[in-house]
Design a protein around this ligand. Structure first.
Ligand SMILES: Nc1ncnc2c1ncn2[C@@H]1O[C@H](COP(=O)(O)OP(=O)(O)OP(=O)(O)O)[C@@H](O)[C@H]1O
Ligand SMILES: [Mg+2]
Length: 259
């Protein structure tokens, strides 16, 4: 039954057509499911179609072939349950942080004292409780991305789509954001689809790592990561962790260019 899955991607293809009639088939024959509450990482070379896949799952664009179901329903029926986080936080500079977090609810005319209290709670959860009244220019890049994550969570999404959310952060901030997102995911119980260029980030965070091959984008591997949770920094140095990374590198076609 589809209903047990947070996401069902069934034989999905996406072909872009340019104005002069040229066709570019970006995704072809994608077939996979995300179980309810699962954290699934997606990796693949640049241009393999990862963002296209997330946009298609979110309902921002339609697949050319196949079908996507969210909790067994067509996408249009589940949209309010989905939130997306992009590489850049895209906060509005003239609104303070809590007002940025509450923006999606204001669009729906759903800002209430309860939702404001929840926004404050989310900011506290990511260590920014004291910065609710400040503006994004007063925050570091990592803090801004945490506000963007709170904005995604404020509508209690059951499905969180993240497209390289930590790509612009330095290595140390990125590590602490990985802990943060693991904690948030475990606390909220939402299902997560997480696109990243970092294979170690994908393994450390994911219950599974789905590898997308390119031209056209298709699934070349779907690897279950059998490392206990909550995961600690030490897990990154275990032999099992290195084996997952090596296996995934071989599927992506990463060569040992770095000595
Ligand atoms: N709206 C669009 N119209 C036409 N072509 C597009 C569109 N969006 C993406 N493409 C093409 O689809 C292919 C896949 O793009 P996509 O952004 O999904 O890749 P990606 O895997 O997310 O890459 P990256 O890792 O660099 O972010 C590229 O060749 C891109 O030029
Ligand atoms: Mg992309």
């Amino acid at each position: 039954m589809n209903n047990e899955y947070a996401i069902s991607v069934k034989n999905v293809g996406k072909t872009y057509r340019s104005r002069d009639g040229q066709e570019n088939t970006v995704l072809k024959g994608l077939d996979f499911h995300v179980g309810s509450g699962q954290f699934v990482s997606i990796v693949g070379q640049s241009g393999s179609g990862k963002t296209t896949l997330l946009k298609t799952i979110s309902g921002l664009q339609e697949p050319t072939e196949g079908e996507i179901l969210i909790k067994g329903r067509e996408i249009s029926a589940g949209l309010k349950d989905i939130a997306m986080v992009f590489q850049s936080p895209v906060l509005l500079p003239w609104r303070n942080n809590i007002d940025n977090v509450l923006l999606p609810l204001e669009f729906r005319n759903a800002r209430t004292p309860e939702s404001t209290a929840y926004a404050q709670e989310l900011l506290e959860m990511v260590g920014l409780g004291g910065k609710a009244e400040q503006y994004s220019y007063e925050l570091s890049g990592g803090m801004q991305q945490r506000v963007a994550i709170c904005r995604a969570l404020v509508s209690h999404p059951e499905l969180l789509l993240m497209d390289e959310p930590f790509g612009a952060l330095d290595a140390m901030t990125r590590d602490s954001m990985n802990f943060e997102i693991q904690r948030i995911w475990q606390r909220t119980g939402c299902s997560v689809l997480f696109v990243t260029h970092s294979i170690s980030e994908a393994v450390w965070l994911g219950d599974r790592v789905v590898v997308v091959g390119d031209r056209p984008g298709r699934i070349v591997a779907d690897i279950t990561v059998d490392i206990p949770r909550p995961r600690a920094k030490e897990h990154k140095f275990s032999p099992a962790f290195s084996e997952y990374v090596t296996e995934i590198e071989s599927h992506i076609g990463v060569t040992a260019a770095i000595s």
